[in-house]
Design a protein around this ligand. Sequence first.
Ligand SMILES: [Fe+2]
Ligand SMILES: [Fe+2]
Length: 404
Amino acid sequence: MKKRILFVDDDPNVLRGLKRMLRSMRHEWDMVFVESGNAALEIMAAHGFDVVLTDMRMPEMNGVELLEEVRTRHPETVRMVLSGYSDPNMILQSVRVAHQYISKPTNPGELKDKISRSFALADLLPDTPLLKMISNLEAVPILPAMYRQVRAELEKEEPAIGRVGGIISRDPAMAAKILQVVNSSFFGTPRHIESPAQAVTFLGLDTIKPLVLTVKAFSKFDPEKIPSRDLEQIQSHSIRTGAVARAIAKAKGLDKGLTDDAFMAGLLHDLGKPVLMDRFQDDYHALLKASRESGCSLYQAENEAFGVCHAKAGAYLLGLWGLPQAIVKVVGFHHAPNQCPCYKATLLPVVHIANALTQAEDCSRIEEGGIPGIDQTYLERIGLKGCLQDWTKICREALDREKG
Ligand SMILES: [Fe+2]
Ligand SMILES: [Fe+2]
């Protein structure tokens, strides 16, 4: 079935330009062009759309107001802003409701790529209530203590950007949100993002401050509903996996870009856990506890209980937020690399092994023969079985450095 895309802009010339630009896609996509938010809502009530792209400044209903309505009425639709408007306050407001922001003028390649990528996400997650919930998630909840730390630094008379970056890069949920913002072309994305801390420096305090304090781009967990200990463990495991993935990538001789991506993929690989925790609360806590005690694989238990695992849930959210494809794939298949359509992807074995080794070290299970969670068939298939011993040593050294 053809994918359906709705373009909304009050300037008919812009719509004509878009139509011309995307003419070559007319056999694959059904494209509808309307001149106002009201017209968009009317047509959406009659026909479902996979993606809506809207201008920001329009009379009667602006882009943020339109996307807020779309979020409520059609949560399954991917929401994008396509605008040349440059009021930073309004742009920051759009971070709450838009999954992605594309600056005008744009080129056909960028536009086709961003739209096509959002279609590919449907393969990750079946159309369930969870998909709608993830699509409407403004932020992945974080530990109240981390939230207080970042707020306290930003509320100082002279906040230190380095300190803010340091706090944010130790929390996968905050890091993911910052990477979503820095990937929106409004801010002139740098060619390569080294780390969440560098993304914070790139955006600068003028953006980060209102983003956290006014727009409330980060949201904190309610400790009444969810035990902080669960989240603390996920956070610390994620930081450690990031460090191990970076060390393995370095030892493998990968270039700096890939080594940086290995760290970020490691840091973000379990982002789906707090997402599921937020949604299933007590049930998820019980699942975590049972998996810890029995040593059984959590992702399989999640699949059985909720019909989806944290790997797919996290990858879906990161893809929706426009994070680089390489990272989204690694996150989505870190437990089942053999199922990845591009199973040879350089970073997938790195994070798959870094995750299993970190987990095994945390539970002191390495010595008991074999490492749980490593897909041996996969390693054999890609010719990396012989590396495991060296990588285990690298993992231990990296974890010692993290402790130190
Ligand atoms: Fe995982
Ligand atoms: Fe993990």
